[in-house]
Design a protein around this ligand. Structure first.
Ligand code: UT7
Length: 323
């Protein structure tokens, strides 16, 4: 059987860093509150005129370099984003025209903070069906564009950034010792729309809108849903939490990461944490955390990595990957 093997990972963060102290000058908050309730110390913010596609192209270029691949070899570009450059065409089309061959398919996936997990499932299925041999998947966001900078309950939580992986087809044995994506599990429940959404869009208000969130409720659902999707990933592969080398979670809140790890009985030293440095970058957060772990040498070839995310929709899911 074909396995979808991650050949390279890349990341890009905009230059501008926004600290908690700077935010405390704009809204009624403090460095202490933000760190204590979220673990966030700072976030990156795109420059004026810098678009999601600019971040995505930079991250994908770095991932291609890490994989030793040329953009001309890529036969599929997928961008996971909730903050596209424009309502249409897809941000992925800009990436494809910058890096790929004319004519190669490209499209966006919209599952907000779970977008990268959804994207992994899409790419994996294209590869398993024989429709792609080398795909680039990017999680890229400019959430700074859809924040209400006067709402202290949301504006302190998010940041901009992009992370990318190059995934290519390799023959596998079908066992959990194969390299590549071993499984993906996806979920959604639209009944929870009002817990986390953007109050605008082309078909409703004809505006872009701003992020609205009932943080406490989202938190409660996140811990339950994340633990359950991790368990289904392990069960599907006949593995236990002790077999996992690294948990690479969506980075929304350090307290969510801690609660989920403790619910799973996972050693906190095996959890990659970047929320302190990047805040919540939505679909970009897993590849940004993954890149951090690979670049600093913690995540090594052959190791088992469990990724999980939860976001607006609600959407949630997990992916088990052997590097
Ligand atoms: O990526 C998608 C998934 N998103 C998430 O997973 C986010 C999940 N939720 C969270 O991370 C947390 O719920 C928050 C960080 C958003 C909030 O933390 P919390 O401990 O649940 O606080 P809270 O909402 O219960 O608010 C506690 C207090 C409130 O004041 P009162 O009503 O007790 O007087 C808030 O008004 O903290 C106040 N507050 C703030 N104070 C200072 C809310 N935001 C701020 C702020 N600075 N930025």
């Amino acid at each position: 059987m074909f396995r979808s093997v991650i050949q390279g990972v890349g990341a890009y963060l905009p230059e501008r860093v926004l600290t908690n102290a700077e935010l405390a000058k704009q809204v009624d908050t403090s460095d202490e509150w933000i760190i204590e309730r979220t673990g966030i110390c700072k976030r990156h913010v795109a420059a004026d005129g810098q678009k999601t596609s600019d971040l995505a192209i930079e991250a994908a270029t770095r991932a291609l370099k890490a994989a030793g691949r040329d953009g001309n070899e890529v036969d599929l570009f997928v961008v996971a984003t909730a903050t596209p450059d424009e309502t249409f065409p897809a941000t992925a089309a800009r990436v494809q025209s910058a890096l790929g061959r004319p004519g190669v398919p490209s499209f966006d996936v919209q599952a907000v903070c779970s977008g990268f997990i959804y994207g992994l499932a899409v790419v994996d299925n294209f590869i398993k069906a024989g429709q792609s041999k080398c795909a680039v998947l990017i999680g890229a966001e400019t959430f700074s564009r859809i924040l209400d900078w006067e709402d202290r309950t949301t504006c302190v939580l998010f940041g901009d950034g992009a992370g990318a992986v190059v995934v290519s087809a390799e023959e596998g044995t079908g066992t959990s010792s194969d390299r590549g994506i071993l499984s993906t599990h996806l979920h959604s429940d639209g009944r929870y729309h009002d817990m986390l959404y953007v109050d605008g869009g082309p078909a409703s208000t004809q505006t872009t809108g701003h992020v609205r969130m009932k943080g406490k409720e989202v938190f409660r659902h996140a811990v339950v849903n994340l633990a359950s999707t991790v368990r289904e990933a392990l069960d599907a592969n006949g593995l236990t939490i002790d077999d996992v080398d690294w948990l690479v979670p969506h980075q929304a809140n350090k307290r969510i990461l801690d609660s989920t790890a403790s619910k799973l009985g996972m050693d906190p030293a095996k959890v990659i944490v970047t929320v302190d440095q990047h805040a919540n970058t939505s679909a970009a957060s897993i590849p940004l955390a993954f890149e951090t772990g690979v670049a600093d040498g913690r995540i090594k070839p052959g190791q088992l990595v469990l990724m999980e995310a939860m976001g607006g929709g609600f959407t949630w899911g997990s992916a088990l990957v052997r590097l």
